[in-house]
Design a protein around this ligand. Structure first.
Ligand code: FUC
Length: 788
């Protein structure tokens, strides 16, 4: 807890939480009033998440990252904390844990399920098919950079802490008497380092001590007058080895070692540079972190800063969104959220949230890095929830939903590489666990690339993780049209996953249709006629939707590449016999093979709508399925659905695909009101990043869709967003699109054709198809008439 300082702000925050609530509602009311009556006249904080107080806890701290290094800035006045991460600080190691009895048990479990003996089958599968994962693996913090400042003589005023999404630079500044203290923090991808620059308006005013620390008291530290080195072999020598190297560069004043800290006295300004590494990829972390420092040594801070900003803006500035703005934009971000909760309209807050989603992807997923995990790259402590791993039964896929459509295709690559890296272990699991060919993965994995399954069948008896993930490989091709990538990286994995699925499907004795199982509708349960709670069936709807799409995509890829005619023929035959998506007596999409009673009608997973989003089996050409999808959603929401951040984000995408802008908007408001932390991080609870990405994709889906044949313009524009624009988003087929609207109507659309494909635009039923040339731009008016 930040020590009390003279001056209103900090004390205020600490003393009177009750009154703080009051203050907030007052702020909220002022906000409401200001918003209703006024458009901002003075410049407002267009792209800034900001606070007028230090972070009270981690959920108020501000994230910076470069795909490999991450840090959370707390902005303390006496005690500053940067909680840091390096993407490969993982415990555990590669491990084989297929249950040796699984293969033999499979036919028995299937027989029981076909006979409707669900509970018995579950018991058998739990015993004989679930693996015994002995080595626990988890993502962990790298540690903390702590700065202890000397007591300030004068009260503190004009405190401000901000994250500028335009430059990916975070700042803290405040005044004490006449001296202004400032801090700047960024994580540079070109330099592979974290930079902290401290300065004061009066020379010689910086006096503070610096320490590095890591929970668990296992790390070793070396202090010298140019910095600190921290090393550790994590998890008592069973995890990775890590090294963090902090360099201290002062202008004016002097630096010395004082006990277990580096002391800075009477400095004008100080630059801290942190590099870190592990032996995850086989390198020596101490040497690597030192080499990284050497690379940096030659360039001064300003050069580092501008290289960082241009590298970052190369990606960030591709998309611009404007949804209108009210006076609410003048207020600190946490106050804006409070006011939104009180019903205030603040369209600009949704723009900020949208761009924050893109910011987080650029900051946590870079070519060559590991994919963004459940917490992107930002996780405190040694035991983050769910190990901050790679759940691939919705979460990591959701992380990458905005990658292509919001023009951040390069940020998709870490996940695409990861899918290919899973294949060898997946081949072994398919062979040893099921006696089948191809490659498979289940509900979760980690950077040791395990594909076996463990835990309760309720989430673990689900062999669709690889099949679902492979749609990302195909999507990347649909946006980029790169046949070399398709032939080298995408098709081989899709073909292998398809071959597993075809071997895995078996004939349903009653319907004669091909069904997937034993399997589940992720993490959901049903009540059998006998009143037992069970979870596995032969033929959960989602499995078939995933397999159907995988086979269709693999056929398309094979045809584009002119390959595997025999396999294509076989895949078509399987598709013909695959059990179809069915509508139940109550008009909803059936989640399982039977209409079971549902112990959790508001379950967070809505897996049987995979075909609505991200899939596109449910679309305008199947109106009865679309209305069944709507009924399914209504039922979930009526029973408390959407109660986790990611689940709510998924629902926004569902309503966008149902062309229902009002409901999509209402769920966006619900997400920010109920499942968003003061720093705009998504809240599962606790913090889980997938909702941030899912909602950024959802807003894009409300303004443009291209999952089918056409490019749909403004398919789910809510009434509240009467006037605005979105520029630089991308449609399948390689079209970069700018859309401007006014009075709720399309005013202009610009299309840049990256690949020279034929383009069909669809606006509220009006279609226009035109041939394009590569790299050519086209402009059309609101009636889809070409203007130049
Ligand atoms: C799945 C979800 C949980 C959580 C976890 C990381 O198990 O059902 O809600 O998001 O992943």
């Amino acid at each position: 807890m930040e020590k009390k300082h003279k001056g209103i702000l900090v004390q205020d925050r600490i003393i009177a939480s009750g009154s703080l609530k009051y203050l907030f509602s007052l702020a909220g009311l002022i906000l409401v009033a200001a918003a209703v009556y006024g458009q901002p006249k003075a410049p407002y904080n267009k792209m800034k998440i900001w606070f007028n107080h230090p972070a009270h806890d981690w959920n108020e701290a501000l994230p910076v990252g470069n795909g490999i290094l991450g840090a959370m800035l707390f902005g303390g006045i006496t005690n500053e904390r940067l909680q840091m991460n390096e993407e490969s600080v993982w415990t555990g190691k590669p491990e084989d844990f297929v249950n040796p009895m699984a293969k033999a048990a499979l036919p028995e479990v299937r027989k029981l399920l076909f006979a409707g003996k669900y509970a018995e089958a579950q018991k058998l599968a739990q015993e004989k098919m679930m693996g015994d994962k002995k080595v626990w693996s988890t993502y962990q913090t790298l540690g903390d950079l702590l700065l202890g400042f000397d007591e300030l003589e004068e009260p503190v005023s004009e405190y401000r802490r901000e994250l500028d999404l335009e430059t990916a630079v975070a700042r803290v500044s405040y005044k004490s008497g006449s001296i202004r203290y400032s801090r700047e923090v960024f994580a540079s991808a070109p330099a592979r380092a974290l930079f902290v620059k401290l300065s004061a308006s009066k020379p010689g005013s910086l006096n503070f001590s610096i320490t590095l620390s890591r929970p668990g008291n296992q790390a070793k530290y070396e202090y010298n007058s140019s910095g600190i080195i921290m090393t550790e072999h994590t998890a008592a020598g069973t995890g990775v080895k890590l090294a963090a190297r902090l360099r201290v560069l002062n202008e004016g004043g002097n630096i010395s070692v004082r006990g277990e800290s580096v002391r800075v006295e009477k400095a004008d300004s100080v630059t801290l540079i942190l590099t870190a590494a592990t032996d995850y990829r086989g390198n020596d972390p101490i040497q690597t972190s030192s080499e990284m420092q050497d690379v940096i040594a030659g360039k001064n801070y300003e050069v580092q800063r501008s290289e960082h900003i241009s590298d970052y803006q190369h990606y960030f500035k591709r998309v611009d969104l404007n949804l209108g703005v009210t006076n609410a934009a003048y207020f600190p971000t946490d106050s804006r959220l409070d006011a939104l909760r009180m019903g205030n309209s603040d369209p600009d807050l949704f723009k900020l949230y949208y761009q924050f989603g893109r910011y987080l992807l650029i900051s946590s997923s870079r070519p060559g890095s590991l994919p963004a995990n459940l917490q992107g790259i930002w996780a405190d402590g040694l035991t983050p929830p769910w190990s901050a791993d790679y759940h691939i039964n919705i979460n990591i896929q959701m992380n990458y939903w905005p990658a292509e459509i919001t023009n951040l295709s390069e940020m998709h690559l870490p996940f695409l590489e990861f899918i290919n890296a899973l294949r060898p272990d997946g081949r072994k699991t398919a062979r040893d666990m099921y006696g089948l060919s191809g490659t498979v993965a289940h509900f979760t994995t980690d950077p040791w690339y395990f594909t076996e399954t463990y835990g309760k069948t309720q989430w673990a008896m689900w062999p669709m993780g690889m099949a679902w993930s492979c749609r990302h490989l195909w999507e990347h091709y649909l946006f980029n049209g790169d046949k070399i990538y398709l032939n080298g990286k995408a098709y081989p994995a899709m073909k292998e996953a398809a071959s597993f699925c075809m071997a895995w499907l078996c004939k349903h004795p009653a319907s004669g249709k091909l069904v997937s199982g034993p399997s589940i509708s992720p993490e959901n349960t049903f009540r059998t006629a006998g009143g037992e709670i069970a979870t596995m069936v032969m033929g959960p709807t989602m499995d078939h939707m995933i397999i159907r799409e995988l086979l269709q995509n693999t056929i398309s890829a094979a045809e584009i590449l002119g390959k595997d005619a025999a396999l294509t023929k076989k895949m078509r035959a399987v598709l013909k016999d695959l059990a179809p998506t069915r509508i139940g007596a109550d008009g909803r999409i059936m989640e399982w093979t039977e209409e079971f009673d549902e112990p959790e009608p508001g379950h967070r997973h809505i897996s049987h709508l995979f075909g609505l989003y991200p899939g596109h089996e449910l679309n305008g050409r199947s109106p009865e399925l679309m209305s069944a999808a709507r009924k399914t959603l209504e039922f979930r929401l009526k029973n408390g659905g959407g109660h986790t951040g990611w689940s709510r984000a998924w629902i926004i995408n569902f309503f966008a695909r149902l062309n229902n802008g009002e409901e999509a908007y209402q769920n966006l408001v619900a997400l920010l009101s109920k499942s968003t932390l003061p720093n705009l991080f998504d809240n599962h609870p606790p913090f889980q990043i997938d909702g941030n990405f899912g909602a950024t994709a959802g807003i894009t889906e409300m303004l443009l869709q291209s999952q089918d044949t056409d490019i749909d313009l403004l398919p789910a524009l809510p009434v509240v967003w009467q006037k605005g624009y979105i520029h630089g988003i991308v449609a399948r087929g390689g079209f970069e699109v700018d859309i401007d609207w006014d009075n709720g109507e399309l005013r202009e659309v610009k299309v840049l054709s990256r690949l020279g494909n034929s383009c069909t635009l669809n606006y509220r039923g009006k279609k226009y198809t035109f041939k394009t040339k590569k790299a050519q731009r086209y402009k059309l008016n609101g009636s889809l008439e070409m203007t130049d």
